[in-house]
Design a protein around this ligand. Structure first.
Ligand code: B4P
Length: 192
């Protein structure tokens, strides 16, 4: 299985590029952001707590996210592979992912990391906020808090994957097709 961690700050283009990668490599798209937003829409017991965290630009607890991811990995155990979009976002999540995959005899084949400057991230997210209906994309302070949380809790994952020789940086600025071509070139270095 080709299991790829698609990494980047909020607004780096993960969701955009994940759709194209899914099509090209026939992979399953596992987006924890999408999964959490559907949980909120279902109005389950924990919806209000999840929505409050997302709207403030904070991360949802690791245990809650890990549970959803484990279920989805199990369902797609026999697929061509999985794109992990927005997961892992903390070191404990990365450790949980390694353990969940190992239980099934699987592993992360590579982390492709989209890099874009902060001003561009803020611009893209606020632009999307005009039509996405996402409260976390509308407010400049919330968008900047999401980026600050990324630097504090998520960016250390680059070192985590570098230590495993799985870190594959990609320029995340430019045309969507151009960035996609760079991602595909990086994926050639993944180890299935
Ligand atoms: P996510 O849904 O993962 O949101 P995101 O980081 O904003 O990324 P997204 O994929 O949506 O945006 P993209 O960069 O593609 O998370 C939302 C929230 O859920 C988090 O803040 C957190 O609270 C919670 N959460 C999710 N996962 C979690 C986890 N594992 N643990 C804990 N909490 C978790 O695109 C942004 C915009 O840029 C788009 O409008 C796109 O059209 C545009 N764009 C893309 N590429 C472009 C390009 N090349 N040029 C110009 N614009 C471009």
């Amino acid at each position: 299985m080709l299991n790829i961690v698609l990494f980047g700050a909020p607004g780096a283009g993960k969701g955009t590029q994940a759709d194209k990668l899914v099509e090209k490599y026939d992979l399953v798209h596992l987006s924890t952001g999408d999964m959490l937003r559907s949980e909120v829409a279902r109005q389950s017991a924990r919806s209000a707590a999840i929505k409050q965290l997302i709207d403030k630009g904070q991360l949802v607890p690791d245990s809650m996210v890990a549970e959803m991811v484990a279920e989805k990995i199990g369902e797609h155990r026999h697929s061509n592979g999985i794109i992990f979009d927005g997961f892992p976002r903390t070191i404990p999540q990365a450790e949980m992912l390694d353990a969940m995959l190992a239980e099934q005899g699987l592993h992360v084949c590579g982390m492709v990391a989209l890099n874009a400057p902060e001003d561009e991230l803020v611009r893209r997210l606020l632009e999307r906020g005009k039509y996405s209906g996402r409260d976390d994309d509308r407010d400049d302070d919330v968008v900047r808090r999401r980026i600050a949380v990324y630097h504090e809790k998520t960016a250390p994952l680059m070192d985590y994957y570098k230590a495993q020789a799985k870190y594959l940086p990609v320029v995340g600025v430019g045309g969507i097709d151009e960035i996609f071509a760079n991602l595909c070139a990086a994926i050639k270095h993944c180890k299935p």
